[in-house]
Design a binder for this molecule. Structure first.
Ligand SMILES: O=C[C@H](O)COP(=O)(O)O
Length: 260
């Protein structure tokens, strides 16, 4: 068992339908099998039952795209961590910029939900990253620390390793303009270093992902960076062949790491 096998997560956002999801998941099951890398798919919530039916007992995990910090109650339109667990979810995405930008999520609520996810036995995938303006002002480090610190304060540094952190520069999401492997590596190394200031062992084992216009052509370069432990894939998870290619790249890199 190596530390930090590559993890590839499909964030299908608000896309897909029953028949398209079925084709996607069946294709993934057929073409990836049990690999050294880890794979997960986060469909829109109504399709979690379908994911459970198709993926249960397989090597592919599934998860939600968001969740409430509450277990139950009068929160119309929300989904609780217990509900995600009941549908077999292993993962849940927290703090995606598409939710932060619309005012649904903030740094403080991410801490609460990161904790609620862990309490429910889910692995939270915390999304952080700067806007274009912040990037141009050279504020990336400040922003990721501002987004990460409330979560660390809320759950304690040891709990950070039980989740996953995804660095997703907002300017790279859905634009076709991925961060360069050097930029993504520099920021993820900075994030690992920031965690390491508090606990080196936690920093060493925490899974860090990059997300933002990852596709089959740039995945190998991005995912071979030492601090990039995988990808959170949006657009390229809508086409099964593209996503499978990224999974295979991640697997090859994991096998190389295993053999080293
Ligand atoms: O969660 C996934 C990210 O928002 C990346 O999306 P993208 O691959 O379409 O840029």
């Amino acid at each position: 068992m190596i530390s930090r096998p590559k993890l590839v997560v499909a964030n299908r956002k608000m896309h897909g339908n029953l028949s398209d999801n079925r084709q996607f998941m069946e294709s993934l099951l057929r073409h990836t099998q049990q690999h050294a890398a880890h794979y997960a798919i986060c469909p829109p919530h109504p399709y979690l039952y379908q994911a459970q039916q198709l993926l249960q007992g397989s090597h592919i995990a599934w998860g939600g795209q968001n969740m409430s910090r509450f277990e139950r109650g009068a929160y119309t339109g929300s989904v609780s961590p217990l509900m995600l667990r009941e549908f077999g979810c292993q993962y849940v995405i927290i703090g995606h910029s598409e939710r932060r930008q619309r005012g649904h999520d903030n740094d403080e609520s991410c801490g609460e939900r990161f904790e609620a996810a862990l309490n429910a036995g889910l692995t939270p995938i915390l999304c952080i990253g700067e806007t274009l303006d912040e990037y141009e002002q050279g504020e990336t480090d400040l922003v990721v620390v501002r987004q990460l610190n409330p979560v660390i304060s809320h759950v304690g540094i040891e709990a950070i390793a039980k989740g996953v952190i995804a660095y997703e520069p907002v300017w790279a999401i859905g634009t076709g303009k991925a961060a360069t492997p050097q930029h993504a590596q520099a920021i993820l190394s900075f994030i690992r270093g920031h965690i390491g200031l508090l606990n080196e062992a936690v920093a060493e084992v925490t899974t860090l992902l990059y997300g933002g216009s990852v596709n089959p052509s740039n995945a190998a370069q991005l995912l071979s960076m030492p601090d990039i432990d995988g990808g959170l894939i949006g657009g390229a998870s809508l086409i099964a062949e593209d996503f499978i290619q990224i999974c295979k790249i991640a697997n090859q890199l994991t096998e190389t790491k295993l053999a080293a």
